[in-house]
Design a protein around this ligand. Structure first.
Ligand SMILES: C[S@@+](CC[C@H](N)C(=O)[O-])C[C@H]1O[C@@H](n2cnc3c(N)ncnc32)[C@H](O)[C@@H]1O
Length: 177
């Protein structure tokens, strides 16, 4: 049972790749060992940036991937509109000020860019395994709305054991279909 989430990773990675198929430059906040980014760079040729408060798990620099030590709440080293998609994979619950993180994510996103959050929900198996504090799906949806994301949605997947949430920087500029 303790490897339930680990065994989901290959499937989740493929879902992320499908969701972000049109994004070229992907930023992963709380990237840990950058495994997902490495896979996206190697398999799909994405240009990726990982940011984590700790560099302990960072891999050696590779093609298409750069890992930076930094706080996701303050991404002043990344320009406004520079990123096509921001990913938070099992990391939002660890960040002290999630609204500040989402505001920063929105700032660095391209006007057509997307944020994608994969999280453990409150009351899930993850909570029993690791006894951490997680958000409910409604709370994640509210955070996306509160920080101005457009067409945002949050839902439970995999027998209610994960949250899949996304939102767009939008609204779309005039003349763009
Ligand atoms: C549960 S781990 C998930 C790591 C990775 N996304 C994965 O799926 O394996 C959460 C990560 O968030 C990072 N983190 C926590 N607070 C952070 C912050 N304020 N800014 C950037 N990273 C942070 C932690 O150091 C940790 O690597």
């Amino acid at each position: 049972m303790s490897d339930f989430y680990e065994r989901l990773k290959p499937w989740l990675f493929s879902q992320v790749a499908e969701e972000l198929r049109y994004a070229n430059c992907i930023l992963d906040l709380g990237c840990g060992d950058c495994k997902l980014l490495r896979w996206l760079a190697e398999t799909y040729g994405k240009s990726t940036i990982g940011v984590d408060i700790s560099d302990l798990g960072f891999p050696p620099a590779g093609e298409g991937i750069s890992c930076l030590r930094g706080d996701a709440q303050s991404l002043d080293f990344i320009g406004k509109g520079a990123i096509d998609a921001v990913l938070l994979f099992w990391s939002l619950h660890e960040m002290g000020d999630p609204l500040a993180v989402l505001q920063e994510a929105r700032r660095v996103l391209h006007p057509l860019g997307e944020v994608l959050i994969i999280e453990f929900p409150r009351g899930s198996l993850a909570q029993k395994l690791w006894n951490e504090t997680y958000y409910s799906v409604g709370e994640v949806a509210n955070m996306l709305r509160e920080t101005g994301f457009w067409r945002s949605e949050a839902r439970l997947i995999v027998h209610r054991q994960l949250i899949w949430a996304k939102g767009f920087k939008g609204p779309r500029p005039k003349g763009v279909r």
